[in-house]
Design a binder for this molecule. Structure first.
Ligand code: 9MR
Length: 601
């Protein structure tokens, strides 16, 4: 699949040029939006605060010769720092000074002063600083539920009627609208989460999302069990997180055909307008079985069979069986890759280079472990999964929906009791190599952010979150706190240590997105967007801009910054920078949950 490009470490490190602090601080202007120009003068810092033992970084654009003072709320100075070296950060075109205030460990509220003047907003140091964020980012999946009403009791002011019952989705190509072959095939494909700001339900993206959420449960079971938030209960015995995830697993199970193959998605043929779910009434189709969807389905069902087994054996057995038949279908149809039909314009999630090796590797790893958990490690099918898993070496690309290699490596590296020693060693090496690359860049870059040129693709914020997830896994494998500090750097960026001086999560921090591309939030009568959503973040693609006004759903009439970290617009039209998505929220939840679970023992 698509390999991230331009990941040459020397190139990245070469971008940081040391300079001496001399001139006075300059304001940096960011993307000029329809609403207002953003002028940022710093300090840029995690707006939710820090755990006492965490690394705490404050980024300051400019090259001021003044130092920084940290004072408590009684005005007492607790830390004084000299002005640090000035670095360039090419991703924003800024000069940057970075202050390390990690020495402030006593829980409390602090303020920053520069040249004797109070700058920025109060900073919190304490336990549980990300607890609400974890819960809200997970609660958001409830707001994304198809096929059911959201009631006041659970949804508060974002209550809405049910949409997309999906009880009669049409198999694509089987009705007159799409060619009429095999006329009239319909089936029930209810439940599941809407993918993003649109109302499609996509198997590939559901795959990595569910994996990430279940990984929270697998890596931090005690913490996950301790969490509670307000959602309706259907399965009393399940921990809340597994209850929420089951809503999507149930939908995913409906997407498997009798022959084992799995459909790519359920969606309308065209994206709907900006309407509430109940008003998007165009016919919904189950569109084209393929290898990638079948393998992502197989991987997730196998993983879920392991996680749910102790709560519900029958459900676990059902999922394992479904996983095995999906995998068998993919083996029989290895060239059946998804190609978006010309009359469909909803999310494509089509593989970049159609080899499918990463999905095979991941599904084989999950299936082998699931067979072991079901007491069937010795059977013929299990031997086949192990053989397939060994066929290709692990590769270390960033974890995202387009590349499941790293996910396979996580699985094998952490489950050393299940897999052969050599495999575990290879998987660990892959995870650690990637983590070490991230550390090297994180610690030497002006923003203290492990970002590469490829990080600034569509959904850049999720790249930062997924990089954080790699670092957390490295911490889990080694117990070395420096990897946790690296993960913190990623979360800090998403929560305010960025050139836009905002958290990228709705409803959190001093400043946050107000106009995300999210149809339910756009079309309701509520001022605030649904909370707990991570927006895609800056990138230079400009797919959502049409300055001539020929495509009215796109943004027009604004200038876009030409630096990747600044090319962000808090406007609903900007689906390329301000959309939300389940596969972006899940790693945010993972990262925040990991820091909570690890620090708050
Ligand atoms: O996250 C996807 C990104 O990697 C792709 O470049 C982009 C264009 O194909 O699509 C993104 O996914 C969107 C999906 O296709 C439809 N639902 C909204 C998703 C987030 O923008």
């Amino acid at each position: 699949m698509i390999a991230p490009k331009g990941r040459d470490l020397k190139y990245i490190l070469g971008m940081d040029i040391h300079k001496n602090a001399s001139r006075t601080c300059v304001a940096v202007s960011a993307a000029v939006s329809l609403l207002a120009a953003v002028a940022v003068a710093g300090p840029l810092v995690n707006q939710l605060g820090f755990y006492p033992e965490a690394e705490k970084t404050v980024v300051y654009p400019g090259n001021d010769a003044a130092g920084l003072e940290v004072r408590d709320m009684n005005g007492k100075t607790v830390l004084t720092l000299d002005a640090p070296m000035v670095y360039d950060w090419d991703y924003s075109g800024e000069e940057i000074q970075t202050f390390d205030i990690s020495a402030v460990k006593t829980p409390g509220t602090y303020r920053l002063f520069r040249g004797g003047t109070y700058v920025g907003s109060p900073i919190l140091v304490g336990e549980g600083v990300y607890g609400d964020l974890v819960k809200a980012s997970l609660k958001w999946f409830y707001y994304q539920r198809a096929s059911m009403p959201l009631t006041l009791q659970y949804a508060g002011k974002w209550a809405r009627a049910a949409g997309h019952m999906d009880d009669k989705v049409i198999v694509y190509g089987s009705d007159a609208a799409t060619g009429g072959k095999g006329a009239g095939k319909v089936f029930n494909s209810a439940r599941g989460w809407y993918d993003a700001g649109d109302y499609g339900k996509y198997i590939v993206n559901s795959g990595i999302t569910v994996w990430t959420l279940l990984e929270i449960y697998e890596n931090f079971p005690k913490y996950a069990d301790s969490l509670s938030w307000n959602i309706p209960r259907e399965f009393d015995k399940l921990p809340l997180l597994l209850e929420e995830v089951r809503y999507n697993l149930d939908w995913m199970l409906t997407m498997q055909d009798k022959d084992g193959g799995v459909y790519h998605k359920v969606s309308t043929l065209k994206f709907s307008g900006s309407v509430q779910p109940e008003d998007d009434t165009a016919p919904r189709y189950a569109i084209i079985k393929n290898v990638t969807a079948s393998l992502d389905f197989a991987g997730v069902m196998a993983q879920a069979s392991v996680v749910y087994r102790k709560f519900d054996k029958a459900y676990a057995d059902k999922m394992l069986k479904a996983a095995e038949s999906a995998y068998a279908w993919a083996k029989k149809n290895p060239k059946a890759f998804y190609k978006q039909p010309a009359d469909v314009n909803t999310g494509s999630y089509a593989p970049g280079n159609e080899d499918g090796k990463d999905e095979f590797r991941w599904a084989a790893a999950e299936l082998y472990r699931a067979k072991a958990a079901a007491g069937a490690k010795g059977d013929k099918a299990a031997a086949g999964y192990l053989k397939d898993l060994k066929m290709n070496a692990f590769t270390a690309n960033g974890a995202w929906w387009g590349d499941m290699n790293m996910i396979a490596a996580f699985r094998v590296a952490l489950d050393s009791a299940v897999f052969d020693k050599d495999l575990v060693a290879a998987a660990k090496k892959t995870v650690m190599n990637e983590a070490n690359n991230l550390r090297a860049v994180g610690d030497t870059s002006a923003y203290r952010l492990p970002a590469f040129p490829w990080s600034w693709n569509w959904g850049s914020n999720s790249a930062m979150a997924n990089n954080g997830m790699v670092l957390v896994h490295a911490y889990l494998l080694t117990g070395d706190k420096s990897y946790l500090d690296g993960a913190q750097q990623c979360l800090d960026y998403l929560l305010g240590k960025n050139p836009m001086d905002m958290t990228y999560v709705t409803g959190f921090g001093y400043r946050s997105p107000r106009n995300p591309h999210h149809r339910p939030s756009e079309s309701d009568k509520v001022d605030d967007p649904v909370p707990g959503m991570l927006v895609g973040g800056p990138h230079l693609g400009k797919q959502d801009i049409d300055l001539e006004g020929k495509e009215p759903w796109k943004c027009s009439n604004y200038a876009v910054a030409d630096k990747p970290a600044l090319a962000y617009l808090d406007n609903r039209c900007s689906y390329a920078t301000n959309e939300v998505a389940i596969n972006w929220n899940a790693p945010l939840a993972y990262l925040a949950a990991a820091l909570e679970a690890i620090y708050n023992k």
